[in-house]
Design a protein around this ligand. Sequence first.
Ligand SMILES: NC(=O)c1ccc[n+]([C@@H]2O[C@H](COP(=O)([O-])OP(=O)(O)OC[C@H]3O[C@@H](n4cnc5c(N)ncnc54)[C@H](OP(=O)(O)O)[C@@H]3O)[C@@H](O)[C@H]2O)c1
Length: 309
Amino acid sequence: MKVTVTGGTGTLGHASARMLLKTGHQVRVFVRSPDKFAQLCKDDRVEVVQVDLLDRSALAVLLEDTDAVIHCANFPPHRFNLSFDAARYLLEGLAPGAQLIYPTNVWAYGPPQDDRVGPDHPKASPARIGGLRGDLEKAILAHGGIVIHLPAAYGPRVTGGWVGAAFEGAFAGRKIRQPGSLDRRLELIYIEDAARALIAPLGRLTMRGREYTAPGYSPISLRELAFLIESATGQSVQLRSRAIGAWRARALLSTKRRLIRDLAYLFECSTLLDGALIRKELGWSPEIDYEEGVRRTVDWLGDRGRESV
Ligand SMILES: NC(=O)c1ccc[n+]([C@@H]2O[C@H](COP(=O)([O-])OP(=O)(O)OC[C@H]3O[C@@H](n4cnc5c(N)ncnc54)[C@H](OP(=O)(O)O)[C@@H]3O)[C@@H](O)[C@H]2O)c1
C-alpha cells in the first residue's frame, strides 16, 4: 500500500516508517524538516515531503494518491487545539475509502475504573487536556478513522518524553527522578511493537471507526525496570521518587506544561491496557519482553555514535 506517515521526525512516526519499509509498503513521510528526518533515516526508499500539517491546500493535493495515513504528528499541550485542524485537513484530503490511523495515549480515560482499560472504558478525564484528547479521538472515529491507545514507548531511537530521558539518564549515570511510588505497576511498549500495532489495521477496509488499546508486554515497576537496566549496563541506576505535588507545581509554573498538571493522577494509579480486542480483530499482541527490549535499548545507546542508518 501507499502509506503516508505524518510526524516522520517524531518517535512513533519514524518507527512506523521503518516498520512500513520492513513489511513492504511504499512509504511517504510528511515532515517540517527533511534534514532532521535524514539524520534519523537515510533509506532512499522513503519519499520525504516537506509540509506543515496546517497547510490545508497543500495536504489536499499531497494526499490524493495515498491509501492510508498513519497520523503520528503531535502538538504540544499548549498548542493542542491545532490537532483538530490538522486531523480535519487530513481527513478531508483523503480519497474515499483511504484509511487514517491515529496513535494516542491514555489521557482521555482518566483514572482507571477497572483493572484493565479497554477501548470502551469511559472517557472521563478530570484534566482539560484529557477531555480535548477524547474529543479529538471521537471526531476521528466519527469520520471512519482508527484510534489506537498505547502506553509510553521505549527502545532504540526513543529519545523524547520521560522514558527516553530516563533511559539516557540511566545510561549516562545521572540521577533519575520520577513522581510517585517506584513500585507502582505501569506499562511500557517496545517501539517496534508499537509500530506493528499502528500498521496492523492497514488494508482492513471494513474496520472503520474502530478504537483499540494496545498494551505493553506486561506490567512492570520503575524499580524493576531500573534493575533490568543495571543488568544490561553493568552499572547502578540512581532512581529516586519525587513528590507528586512538586511535579504538579513545576508543571503549573511552565506555560507549555501547565495543561498537563491535572494528569498527576497518572502517578497515583496504574493504567494497564486490555489487548483482547486488538488481538482478536487485528491479530496483534506485544512480542518483545522487557529484558530483551532493555538489552536492545542499551545496545543502541552504546552504539549510537556509530550508527549510520
Ligand atoms: N511516544 C510515545 O511514547 C507515545 C505513546 C503513546 C501515544 N503516543 C501518541 O502518538 C502520537 C505521536 O507521538 P510522538 O511521541 O511520536 O510525537 P513526537 O515525538 O512528539 O513527534 C511529534 C511530531 O509531530 C510533528 N509536528 C508537530 N507540529 C507539526 C506541524 N504543524 N506540521 C507537521 N508536523 C508537525 C513534529 O515535527 P518536528 O520534528 O518538526 O517538530 C514531530 O515529527 C501522539 O498522539 C502521542 O500522544 C505517543
